[in-house]
Design a protein around this ligand. Structure first.
Ligand code: PLP
Length: 383
């Protein structure tokens, strides 16, 4: 018997509270019972994002919320800058192109973040830019992009929105859109919200709201106007993902009980344990600006990362691989959501075992020891 341990950057493991909530009999959504749960959940989403503004949920995967950003807040021919540093940056670009936007595709080497001077240059040359689209945490390369600078840039233009895919950063970091200056922020359920896939979340600023009447792109299911009217009353325009909303109310309780500062600290320690252990084992990290949601790391020369993953699976550990040109070269280890410190010790230990099995010279326990040291150093500050 081998247990299945998920360390993929989505979906991530589900906490027992969420599993219990999902296991309940379904309730009807046109009832006061659902409305109460939904309104409370909306309030808790606002707490998560430290805002009193409208925060919508859609029954869709994260890409649905990305699409909602485009079709509600932009118009055909609008010029937008896409910070394209990986698979999901490409998705912003492709979505924009599908809807006839004039996309400036700023391509960045995978594993790197954007160059401030280059962004400044592009925007100086294109002062009519209507949106900057970025991943806060680019999951395909496990890279974090700084938002503060982009917010400044966006604000320096006449009418530009900062549009942020926070799918693997919300619930890992304190992503407070009003403080940072984000106009649109989205996330998805199967990441740090610790739920199955199927729900997405969208925050929009006052500045963004003013665009709602101007946007000329076609929309029906993902209409922010239609949803905001309904959701303010605790209902949805169409049938909601009822059980996911019920489960979201549980996971948000967990998140808020932990406290956002503690949550951010925990993720920082989990990430540090993983990154430092990998380095101690002589492995090279992919990202120059690593995100605390997942760690991408190259397998050693001569060890195919996908074979390596298969070996890990045999002992019960599932990590993700690389996409496109990184396929077979890297593994990605998640540490967002329902993970605690000993989970990381487990995955690091498994990696050592498989490195050894595949003939890489490794001093067993070296990475684990490094992770333990980091944990011990941090334990005093851990609540
Ligand atoms: C940063 C980021 N953006 C977008 C997506 C797409 O989300 P979904 O697969 O839920 O549509 C993902 C999924 O992994 C992601 O990590």
């Amino acid at each position: 018997m081998v247990k299945e341990r998920l360390f993929t950057p989505g979906p991530v493991p589900l906490p027992p509270q969420v599993i219990r909530a999902l296991g309940q009999q379904i309730i009807h959504h046109r009832t006061p019972e659902f409305t109460n749960i939904f309104l409370q959940t909306r309030k808790n989403l606002q707490k998560l994002l430290n805002t009193s503004r409208d925060v919508l949920t859609f029954a869709s995967s994260g890409t649905g919320a990305m699409e909602a950003c485009i079709v509600n807040f932009l118009s055909r021919g609008d010029r937008v800058l896409v910070i394209n540093a990986g698979k999901f940056g490409e998705r912003w670009r492709d979505l924009g192109l599908s809807y006839g936007l004039d996309v400036i595709d700023y391509q960045i080497e995978w594993g790197k973040t954007y160059d401030k001077e280059r962004v400044k240059e592009i925007l100086t040359d294109n002062p009519d830019t209507k949106g900057i689209l970025v991943q806060h945490s680019e999951t395909s390369t496990t890279t974090l992009h700084d938002l503060k600078f982009l917010a400044e840039m966006s604000n320096s233009l006449e009418d530009c929105l900062l549009i942020v895919d926070g799918i693997t950063s919300v619930g890992v970091y304190r992503v407070f859109p009003e403080e940072i200056g984000i106009d649109l922020l989205i996330t998805g359920s199967q990441k740090a919200l610790m739920l199955p896939p199927g729900l997405s979340v969208l925050y929009y600023s006052e500045k963004a709201q003013r665009r709602l009447d101007k946007s000329d792109l076609p929309k029906y299911y993902f209409s922010v106007k239609a949803e905001s009217k309904k959701q303010a009353k605790g209902q949805t325009a169409y049938t909601p993902a009822i059980n996911l909303i019920v489960a979201l109310s549980e996971s948000l309780k967990m998140i808020l009980d932990e406290g956002l500062e503690n949550l951010e600290k925990r993720h920082e320690i989990l990430a540090q344990m993983t990154r430092e252990a990998m380095k101690e084992l002589g492995l090279r990290l992919l990202s120059e600006s690593p995100s605390n949601s997942a760690t991408g790391v190259f397998t050693p020369e001569g060890i195919d990362a996908d074979l390596f993953r298969k070996e890990l699976q045999k002992i019960g550990v599932r990590v993700a691989g690389g996409q496109d040109h990184l396929k077979g070269k890297i593994i990605r280890i998640a540490h967002m959501g329902y993970f605690d410190y000993l989970d990381m010790i487990e995955v690091i230990s498994a990696i050592e075992i498989i490195l050894h099995k595949m003939g890489y010279k490794v001093e067993l326990g070296k990475g684990v020891k490094r992770a333990q040291e980091i944990l011990i150093n941090n334990l005093q500050g851990v609540t």
